[in-house]
Design a protein around this ligand. Structure first.
Ligand code: PGA
Length: 251
């Protein structure tokens, strides 16, 4: 069982709908660092193979980018949490802004997904983030608070121990525009104090990752901030060298 805490940084690669089967092996050329948590979420269809290929990669963890909001049944094209658990995956990601925007996932649906992961003792990374329009209208904190509170409805204190949060401003994802370390820290601190209100002191050990154009060149300054415990990385996690440099620079 993976224990979630803030002792070492998390660098989570989200490969989205990228990479072919033959690309997978090229990634496994080095043993991961013991100084950070190195987690990768490949395409759903590659999960089993990637998990087998990385079995001897020590601490490297493999997880899914999404799962169905219902436990089983007539949901064509979806994958259930039980099926993912059967594969032996280590974590899931839910509520990514691409899921919210392109596949119309509501906060209520994200809440169902969070509860399913946690009730199956699977660490879950809950993604939150405002659009550019929302930031410019100065409603970032309202948006984040609503996303957080609805997603965590009926999540109890014990289950909460396997929760991680990723703050990903939508305007920074895949755009090359990163939030400044100060902008990110401000929202991370807000998320931590909201978690504190909901769960008390145990919120101090919830990792909060930043995502949105994180690169080997900007990770150090982001990681220097008190409430930034790691990164959720899209583009820069696709090539091993860039992912590895990012992990090293972020330590
Ligand atoms: P990016 O993606 O690093 O390519 O901006 C981040 C994400 O969507 O998780």
């Amino acid at each position: 069982m993976i224990e979630i805490n803030r002792n070492k940084p998390y660098f989570v690669g989200n490969w989205k709908m990228n990479k072919s089967f033959s690309d997978l092996e090229n990634f496994i050329t080095n043993v991961p660092s013991a100084d950070c948590h190195q987690w990768i979420a490949p395409q759903m269809i590659h999960l089993h193979s990637f998990r087998e290929m990385t079995k001897n990669q020590g601490p490297l963890k493999v997880g899914s980018q999404n799962h169905c909001h219902e436990a089983s049944g007539a949901f064509t094209g979806e994958t259930s949490i039980e099926q993912l658990k059967d594969l032996g995956i280590d974590f899931t990601i839910v509520g990514h802004s691409e899921r919210r925007q392109l596949f119309s996932e509501s906060n209520e649906m994200v809440n169902k997904k969070v509860k399913l992961s946690l009730s199956h003792q699977l660490p879950v990374i809950l993604c939150l983030g405002e659009t550019l329009e929302e930031r410019e209208s100065e409603i970032t904190f309202n948006v984040i608070e609503k996303q957080l509170k609805v997603a965590l409805q009926e999540v109890s204190g014990t289950n909460f121990e396997r929760l991680m949060i990723a703050y990903e401003p939508v305007w920074a994802i895949g755009t090359g525009k990163t939030a400044t370390p100060e902008q990110a820290q401000e929202v991370h601190a807000f998320i931590r104090s909201s978690l504190n209100e909901l769960y008390g002191e145990s919120a101090q050990s919830t990792p909060i990752l930043y995502g949105g154009s994180v690169k080997p060149s900007n990770v150090k300054d982001l990681m220097a901030k008190t409430d930034i415990d790691g990164a959720l990385i899209g583009g820069a996690s696709l090539e091993f060298d860039s992912y590895n440099d990012l992990c090293k620079n972020g330590l």
